[in-house]
Design a protein around this ligand. Structure first.
Ligand code: SAH
Ligand code: SF4
Length: 405
């Protein structure tokens, strides 16, 4: 959903001179406990050193080997001499919105120098973050303004990081800017988890004390980069200490990916959101060509295979495109469709954000409100995702323009 910053920004930051051909930089970030232990053993060190290393890079967020003072000085010297680095992806550019949203260009250590986009929303967006915590009512209306002291304590409950899983995307949804890029490449597990750790670090988030939501809804289709996506989730849960119950992954409906996801242990998997975006297969196939391969029913069948946790619900995301998906009859169809799935579900409405070269229109505010009311009247739990950071083009599908402009 997020627009890419690839072309313009690959030149902004010079490639790391230490990157060897093929990017064979020796870096720790992205390795799990077992892999770190193997690296230590290769270096002639005891396995347990890996725990010190993991604590340092994932919990204390130390970014250079010299700074890991729990390791003996001689080892640190040796690591530096042999070209070992922490290798955490870094924020190379920041755009700040008047609403507090920050959009980042994050660069890994691959020799291609590509950047991806990550977004920090201190107050969430009224969508995913809006169901577990106070301040947003069930139908997505912001609750009564809280006094500042209360706001401060709410803040960390609602803060949401939007994470990318690929550079570009191959899925080709007609309303999405990322699609225009095609797929540049998959991100590694370290590049996915690294976006999160870099933002936690920048925001001074105390994991375990402050609660932060993650949404895998940035650039790319997570279920077409499944292994790296799920490896990143494991790192974030096991090493960084985040709760998978406060993570949501969004898919355009990649059925084999959903089937694999259903096999994950519940204590290790995020919640699931399906980008429905249309009231029926005919409209969905126009907007999302992937629907011809995996139509709505196939997606829903795959979702039924997931063992849901107590009170867990499936989210259906629904982008409102003016005149195309926002009509009253569409609301009735969506309500019927959601009921027919028999799944505990809710709907997240997203007013379409315009982008250059995409010939759709934004929905009228009244259409958005009547759509929301119509779903609510049919008994469908519905939330309205508030656009965040529009002034910095951080809202869904708006990013490419600023970068290129
Ligand atoms: N590829 C995944 C996750 C990233 S897109 C997916 O499609 O689910 C995250 C959400 O943003 C999706 O629900 C998508 O439908 C929505 N989106 C994409 N472009 C948008 C735009 N221009 N305006 C509003 N929402 C958009
Ligand atoms: Fe955009 Fe579709 Fe790819 Fe999601 S799956 S990022 S909406 S093109």
């Amino acid at each position: 959903m997020l627009g890419p910053a690839v072309t313009a920004n690959s030149q902004l930051v010079p490639l790391d001179a230490k990157n060897g051909p093929g990017g064979s930089l020796r870096k720790f970030f992205g390795r799990n406990a077992g892999e770190l232990a193997a690296s230590m053993v290769d270096l002639g060190e005891p396995r347990w050193r890996a725990q010190q290393l993991a604590d340092a890079i994932y919990r204390q967020r130390i970014v250079d080997v010299e700074g890991i003072t729990t390791l003996p000085a001689a080892l640190r010297k040796k690591l530096a001499r042999d070209g070992w680095q922490v290798g955490r992806p870094r924020i190379v550019q920041v755009f700040t919105s008047v609403d507090g949203t920050e959009r980042y260009l994050v660069q890994g250590h691959a020799p291609d120098g590509l950047t991806v986009e990550t977004v920090w929303m201190p107050e969430g967006d009224g969508g995913e973050a809006g169901d577990g915590s106070g301040g947003v009512s069930k139908d997505g209306e912001a609750g009564p303004s809280a006094v500042p002291a209360v706001r401060a304590s709410l803040r960390r409950d609602r803060a949401t990081i939007c994470v990318s899983s690929q550079v570009g995307c191959a899925v080709n949804c007609q309303f999405c800017l990322t699609a225009k890029l095609g797929l540049q490449r998959n991100l590694t597990a370290g590049e996915i988890a690294g976006q999160v750790v870099a933002v936690l670090d920048r925001q001074g988030v105390e994991v375990g004390k402050d609660r932060v939501n993650l949404v895998f809804m940035g650039m790319g289709e997570p279920f077409l980069n499944y292994d790296n996506f799920i490896a990143a989730v494991r790192l974030l849960v096991e090493e960084v200490g985040l709760s998978p119950q406060r993570m949501t992954v969004s898919t355009s409906g990649i059925v084999p990916g959903i089937e694999r996801f259903a096999e994950e242990p519940p204590e290790m998997r995020p919640k699931l959101a399906i980008s429905l975006n249309a009231p029926n297969d005919a409209i969905r196939s126009e907007l999302m060509p992937i629907n011809r391969k995996w139509p709505i029913e196939a997606v829903v069948d795959a979702v039924r295979g997931i063992r849901l946790r107590t009170r867990e619900r499936i989210t259906f995301e629904y982008v409102l495109l003016g005149g195309v998906t926002d009509q009253p009859e569409h609301a009735a169809e969506v309500a019927r469709l959601v009921r027919r799935t028999g799944l505990p579900a809710k709907v997240n409405l997203i007013a379409w954000n315009p982008g250059p070269g995409i010939a759709y229109s934004m929905p009228q505010p009244e259409a958005v409100q009547s759509f929301r009311r119509a779903l609510a009247a049919e008994g469908v739990p519905v939330y309205l995702r508030r656009p965040r950071g529009r002034d910095i083009y951080a809202a869904c599908g708006q990013l490419k323009r600023t970068v290129e402009g």
